[in-house]
Design a protein around this ligand. Sequence first.
Ligand code: XUL
Ligand code: CO
Length: 450
Amino acid sequence: MAASCDTVRMADFFAGVPSIAFKGPDCNEPLALRQYDASALVEGRPMRDHLRFASCYWHTMRNGLSDPFGAPTAQMPWDDGTDSLDNALRRVDAFGEFLSKTGIGFWCFHDRDVAPERDSLVATERDLHTVIERLESMQRSTGARLLWGTACLFSHPRYMHGAATSPDVRVFLHAAAQVRVAMEATMRLGGEGYVFWGGREGYTTLLNTDLRREREQLATFLHLAVVHARSIGFTGQLYIEPKPHEPSTHQYDSDVEATLNFLREFGLINHVKLNIETNHATLAGHSMEHELRAAIAAGALGSIDANMGTPGLGWDTDRFPTDLALTTQVMLAVLDMGGFTTGGLNFDAKRRRESFTPEDLVIAHLAGMDAFAAGLKVAAAIRKDGRLAAFVRDRYSSWQGDLGRRILSRGANLAELHRLAHDLEAVEPVSGRQEMLEDIVNQITIRALR
Ligand code: XUL
Ligand code: CO
């Protein structure tokens, strides 16, 4: 049947899946929400506006769940395994069905997730445009909005040595062309952001690498993108997504602090914010909490790729974020920052290879949504309780006096401070009470979800 443009092509690829509803904490059905009640108010705002959940096209629609040792296992009844345009268009319909059944309001994509690469740029761009039109109509019929778009600059063999950081200027051209087209597609879809994740913008060995030159190439590439965004009137936020390694040995935007340094060094700090992913944080040897707080302190947290790793496995397992302590820390940071503006919580997450049915795709997202809704409630309860914030305030209270203010406003010199130190009585240390604070978080968590 030839459906009209604005029809949701409800092909029933998720046959046994109903429209998912909030059924409250006592409901034991797997295909229901227990914590996430989209319109319920937390700190005076609906949960949906705090959380801004997104599903990503690459995992939800394209990940067959293969691993380096085994074949794909995912059942994808919408996918005939070819790179035909028809197949690409059918995936859009399946994605529309998925988004409307789960009630997830946003989505994210790479150019090559939605449409295949052809033998020439002309043919590739032609097919991409056809799919973008279908995505536009999917958005109209489902009400879903694009959180961000991006260009895949890491899969094609031409990018093996890097994209912006390639030693071959012709590869740089290819990457520039792709970013231009992907950014314009993002704008056409009303995208609220555009991400740069450079899986190959680093090195495999320093024996063949001019690190200084490559960092300059990367910065130039980002400047070109900033200028282009401005010239086409794209008002979405640009983000860079740090990751330390994988697939490269080392990525130049290895963690939040390295990325902030890079952005400042090359004059990009006012144009680009960060999209922070949990599993990238842990691969960098940090907690997600650390990465978020470091970005917030610099006014640079834009969006979040919500997932989690597998302790003990040194690669990017992209699990769905179901850990309540983690989601609480994330939402506490987000609330403290004043909430998302253009950003949101993008489930850059995949089911385990053993959870291969279409139903599992839904269940995995619901688990992440409920974990984040619970984390949001606990974070709001921690803020309302106020003991943590008060403890931190008190801990620095000695800085509140005239002396502290003068030091910080650079109105003192070392000789004066030396003199003052001689006048001091012995300094009595004060307890940091870490265990007490951890227990307070536990107690509030238990009460908030009762
Ligand atoms: C890879 C990763 C990417 C980015 C978008 O680890 O996180 O999917 O989010 O390119
Ligand atoms: Co990501």
